[in-house]
Design a protein around this ligand. Structure first.
Ligand code: NAP
Length: 289
């Protein structure tokens, strides 16, 4: 298979590494990125067979035989990128993306692709690290991690995109863009805002002696609860901007929950508080081991 990867960062680079390393089916991966240095580094680490800032540099016979193009740019660049490169690719090619939101992408992307008799299936491979850029790319990033693929009447395209993610070890779930966005708001996007707010609340402490002591005492608990709030600010902003209603819904549910906890503490309802925490202790297992 010939695969195109556009946006050679953590996700695009890691995908290319795995596709080329298991090159039985995926014998050619071409890449596009904005920065010439990124393209050079992607070739050096074998994340791509060839990369350029300009699609015109990819040989025509490779473009003509491309099966799937995976758009791995930041969310805001996904639709403009498809619009830019679709006219340069053969009809029938399948586009997919890796964006962390789906409703804002799937319908408009499908419309763009249909203008060129091309196909689109949305994806969200749920794997990542705290790092960015091509040098953060790593082998086996996707192994045993979940990946959402959005449904389409084009069953063959869905099957090909599903197989692509399965070939790098992902467990694929099919769901609508709206369901994806609501679920991901609960377990990924709202937690970023909650964790960031925790860090901001600590910084609001005005007693510098206490603040300094907190800095010295912060250990694994604070590391766990602050981790996602200390991640890539651009990605966090885009999650909220492109998934606004679902993120707000999750944060409002959280606000109610927090208000209830404050009430229990203010009213010294210690037994009720313990019951609440006993419920959350067992409910956590519903989501994670
Ligand atoms: P990243 O490491 O910053 O990589 C994005 C790469 O895209 C950059 O290295 C940049 O390379 C390139 N790029 C930026 N704007 C571009 C444009 N307009 N045209 C072409 N290339 C462009 O980010 P990432 O973490 O891989 O995230 C990429 C996508 O994956 C996002 O849509 C995000 O929602 C999704 N995602 C991220 C994670 C995660 O945890 N990180 C998980 C799942 C999905 P240059 O050096 O060439 O500018």
């Amino acid at each position: 298979m010939n695969i195109g990867v556009v946006g050679l960062g953590l996700i695009g680079g890691s995908l290319g590494l795995d596709l080329l390393a298991s090159s039985q089916d995926h014998n050619y991966v071409w890449g596009i990125s904005r920065n010439p240095e990124t393209c050079k580094q992607a070739e050096e680490i074998a994340a791509v067979s060839i990369a350029s800032t300009n699609i015109a540099d990819i040989p025509d016979r490779i473009l003509a035989q491309t099966d799937i193009v995976v758009i791995c740019t930041p969310i805001a660049a996904i639709l403009p990128t498809i619009s830019e490169i679709a006219p340069k690719l053969a009809s029938n090619v399948i586009f997919t993306d890796v964006g962390s939101v789906k409703s804002a992408i799937v319908e408009p992307a499908l419309k763009i692709c249909q203008q060129f008799n091309q196909r689109f299936v949305g994806s969200h491979p749920m794997a990542g690290t705290a790092f960015q850029g091509i040098l953060a790319a790593e082998r086996n990033l996707f192994q045993n991690r979940p990946c959402v693929v959005t449904p389409s009447d084009d069953l063959e395209a869905v099957e090909k995109v599903r197989s692509l993610w399965q070939s790098v070890g992902m467990n694929v779930y099919e769901c609508s863009a709206e369901e994806h966005d609501r679920a991901v708001a609960m377990i990924s996007h709202a937690p970023v805002m909650i964790s960031a707010s925790l860090i901001a609340a600590c910084q609001a402490e005005s007693d510098r002696t206490v603040l300094k002591l907190a800095q010295n005492l912060a250990s694994s608990g604070f590391r766990d609860t602050s981790r996602v709030g200390g991640g890539n600010p651009e990605l966090g902003r885009l999650m909220a901007e492109y998934n606004q209603s679902a993120v707000l819904r999750s944060l409002q549910n959280y606000q109610q929950s927090l208000q209830a906890v404050i009430g229990l503490i203010e009213n010294k309802q210690w037994e009720d508080l313990e019951s609440f925490l006993a419920n959350t202790q067992s409910d956590r297992a519903f989501y994670v081991d």
